[in-house]
Design a protein around this ligand. Structure first.
Ligand code: GSH
Length: 204
């Protein structure tokens, strides 16, 4: 399979998981502004919406959208998707968390990467929304540890790490959310995360 990615973008969640599981995969870097990939091919032929991630499966089918791609990876590699016959609700918790991460936490960062110029009051509103979502994430960690679905690192942790790590890019400190700060450090220290950061040219 092949992952279409942009360094540091949300596609890094799938990248971490492919390294975590030892999957056999290739990478193709995308320039979303130009709409091309590193091979010079048109990326719009892979994902007409132009954004990453996209995952090309071995039979040539292309999956897009983080929720679908991460759910698919969890189905292929059950070690990163807790939930079995004894704990079927965990699969729905996974979906619940993927939805929260995609439509709430991820989107709260969108203004910071939009390239738009915001007025002071708009900047304050963006920050307030981000703080609210970080607070909601901190609350999630109150009820589960060390990972979002309990004792097993899963697809939701890879996605959460990538989003929360963007605080480093936009200069937002996580000091006000201590459990979240420790969680980011914990996931960031995993060999699969470190390998992924290095492969995307983002190693410290
Ligand atoms: N709904 C999409 C959104 C993906 C998305 O926001 N991708 C960003 C990177 S995190 C992107 O490719 N931005 C560049 C662009 O939109 O041109 C998903 O969840 O997969």
């Amino acid at each position: 399979m092949k992952l279409f990615y942009k360094p540091g973008a949300c596609s890094m969640a799938a990248h971490i998981l492919l390294n975590e599981t030892g999957a056999d995969y290739q990478l193709e870097k995308v320039d979303t502004d130009a709409g091309t990939t590193e091979t010079g091919a048109s990326y719009l032929e892979t994902n007409p919406r132009g954004y990453v991630p996209a995952l090309k499966l071995d039979d040539g089918a292309v999956l897009t959208e983080n929720v679908a791609i991460l759910h698919w990876i969890g189905e292929q590699f059950p070690d990163v998707a807790p939930g079995n016959d004894n704990q079927p609700l965990q699969r729905y918790r996974q979906l619940e968390l993927l939805s929260f991460l995609s439509s709430e936490l991820h989107k709260a960062f969108s203004p910071y990467f939009s390239g738009k110029t915001f007025s002071e009051s708009e900047q304050a509103a963006n920050r307030k929304k981000l703080d609210t979502k970080l607070g909601q994430f901190e609350n999630l960690l109150e009820s589960t540890s060390p990972f979002l679905l309990g004792t097993t690192f899963s697809v939701v942790d890879a996605y959460a790490f990538v989003i929360l790590n963007w605080t480093n890019f936009i200069g937002v400190s996580l000091d006000g959310w201590p459990q979240t700060k420790a969680y980011v450090a914990r996931i960031g220290a995993r060999p699969s995360t470190r390998k992924t950061l290095a492969e995307e040219g983002l190693a410290a």
